[in-house]
Design a protein around this ligand. Structure first.
Ligand code: SF4
Ligand code: SF4
Length: 528
């Protein structure tokens, strides 16, 4: 329980402030207040609250419910709300944003190096090896950079959500490197689904929001970029990723003059990276990029509800947000997914210890199931990730609901080479090290909603394959073509990396496959 100061007893002598070991005592409009996010009753520092000992009027008192009528301050208006369609919003998806999201999600799992002064930095090559991007983290005193890996490990993965929200706000501005956006705790609570969390009181929610906003705004980025296409070379030196220009604290004041924190407003400006990667006018003149994707609101709420129990699934989700939006092919190897979800060190441990291996695989398979549950459907590559090494939950999806079909399924299963209930084969780990996920089918609210003209600009990347349009593939065509080459629904499902029920639904017209799945079926069944 933090302390509070009734201003009616306080003579503003300022004796308490220098004694506070956590810097919790603040002055606002010549009145004293104690930041409940910082006050810890001096625990871990002194046996007694130092502000009480220092105060000649014994003013600071343990936190108490407000007394009498309360004055509430008028708040300034904020930037407009995101997610006006209730589903998704454009967000800046440039490499800088992607890498910062990786840092917040993967933290110590990334390779951090130390510069000559001992400051930690994370660096990687970009722009096909012709450029470099590096990040450092400003320490809490703002006078230097973090040198201790434990600070990086203590970054909160939920800060990645704030980072993505800021990246969405940046797309609402014409010149984000010059303009600020203003966002308050009520908006953040709504985006993150925190307003529904009855287990967290208002103060706890405010402290969480303030902490993760500050973490995001402590990232400092440097970029060296060689000319690409017509876009000239540029460099950015130690610039804030997000510049937190102001935090306004909002209070309710009771009849004793105690100021209770009830709200926060943040003023934020995108760093100089946005001049080069989120510059509409510059993009038109081929002097800069304008790169964005679509941020699904459900991603934010899902991360907020899963981060504690399924951190690996959360890391994979955040990674997929960029992976699937950057136009790359989705043949993702299992080692890549393990690295993203759990880090290099855990894979290394698993490769040497049977128990670690079992533990990691169990977690990985559970996390894939979690993704599947949240609408990110995992499509296993039937060649490298065959049924016998797939997780049990994935095999159970194939069981038909119809009792007769289910009976046929189990008869087929019993007569097959591998049974559904067979235990994992020996050497499963080694097989998985060469296995691939063919693709992740994303929920509809993950699809790009960016306006068409912008989409054109974003997608004008060289080397993208053009796809010749076909008429929609009909279920009847699939059925005929499958029968023509005498393969069962189950065999076709294996070849396509789909479930048998998916093939059945396509054939009887209950499901219209996505265009990429239609192409896949055309290829397998030789339909022109
Ligand atoms: S109780 Fe301790 S930590 Fe809290 S405001 Fe007073 S001096 Fe600071
Ligand atoms: S709380 Fe006490 S010590 Fe602090 S300014 Fe007021 S009177 Fe002075």
């Amino acid at each position: 329980m933090p302390y509070i100061i009734p201003n009616k007893n306080c003579n503003r002598c300022d004796k308490c402030r220098p004694q506070c070991p956590t810097g919790a005592i603040k002055i606002e409009n010549n009145e004293y207040w104690i930041d409940p996010c910082l006050c810890n009753n001096c625990e871990g520092y002194y046996p007694e609250p130092q502000c009480v000992i220092a105060c000649p009027t014994q003013s600071p008192i343990p936190w108490q419910a407000k007394k009498g009528r309360c004055k509430v301050e008028v708040r300034e208006s904020t930037s407009l709300d995101l997610f006006s369609n209730g589903k998704n919003h454009p967000f800046a998806s440039a490499i800088v944003i992607w890498e910062a999201c990786n840092i917040l999600a993967q933290r110590k799992s990334l390779h951090w190096a130390q510069d000559g002064e001992g400051n930690l930095y994370y660096s990687r090559q970009v722009n096909q090896g012709r450029g470099n991007i590096s990040f450092a983290i400003q320490d809490s005193s703002k006078s230097g950079f973090v040198r201790d890996l434990s600070t990086i490990e203590n970054l909160d993965i939920r800060a990645a959500c704030i980072h993505l929200i800021f990246a969405a706000y940046a797309t609402t501005l014409e010149r984000p490197w010059e303009q600020e956006f203003t966002i308050d705790e009520r908006q953040i609570e709504a985006y993150l689904g925190l307003e529904k969390r009855k287990d967290l009181n208002k103060t706890t929610r405010l402290c969480l929001i303030k902490s993760i906003v500050q973490q995001v705004c402590s990232l400092v980025v440097s970029i060296g970029w060689q000319a690409r296409g017509k876009v000239p070379a540029f460099s950015v030196q130690k610039s804030y990723l997000w510049d937190l220009t102001d935090i306004e604290h909002h209070f309710q004041e009771d009849e004793r003059g105690c100021k209770y924190l009830i709200g926060l407003t943040f003023k934020v400006k995108a760093g100089l990276w946005s001049r080069h990667f989120l510059n509409k006018q510059g993009c038109k003149e081929s002097l800069a990029f304008y790169q964005y994707g679509s941020l699904p609101k459900t991603l934010l709420t899902t991360v907020m509800s899963l981060w504690q129990q399924h951190e690996g699934a959360v890391r994979l989700m955040l990674w997929l947000l960029f992976k699937t939006k950057m136009g790359r092919e989705q043949r993702i190897t299992v080692p890549t997914l393990l690295r993203v979800g759990y880090g290099e060190e855990k894979i290394h441990l698993a490769s040497r210890s049977r128990d670690e291996r079992k533990r990691l695989l169990r977690t990985f398979e559970n996390d894939l199931e979690v993704l599947n549950h949240y609408g990110i459907k995992v499509i296993f590559d039937p060649v490298t990730y065959p049924v016998e090494i797939q997780p049990l939950w994935a095999k159970l999806v194939d069981i038909p609901e119809d009792p007769d079909e289910a009976l046929e399924f189990w008869i087929n299963d019993g007569s097959g080479e591998h049974r559904l209930t067979d235990s994992s084969p020996r050497g499963k780990w080694n097989m998985l090290m060469n296995a691939r996920i063919l693709s992740f089918e994303l929920p509809s609210d993950w699809e790009n909603v960016t306006p068409q003209p912008h989409r054109k600009q974003h997608r004008s990347v060289k080397g993208k394959r053009s796809v010749k349009p076909h008429d929609d593939l009909l279920g009847e065509q699939v059925l005929q073509a499958r029968k023509a080459i005498s393969i069962s629904q189950r065999e076709l499902a294996k070849l396509a990396g789909k479930s048998q029920s998916w093939i059945r639904d396509v054939e009887n017209g209950r499901l219209k496959p996505k265009s990429e799945d239609q192409l896949l079926l055309r290829r397998i069944l030789n339909i022109l």
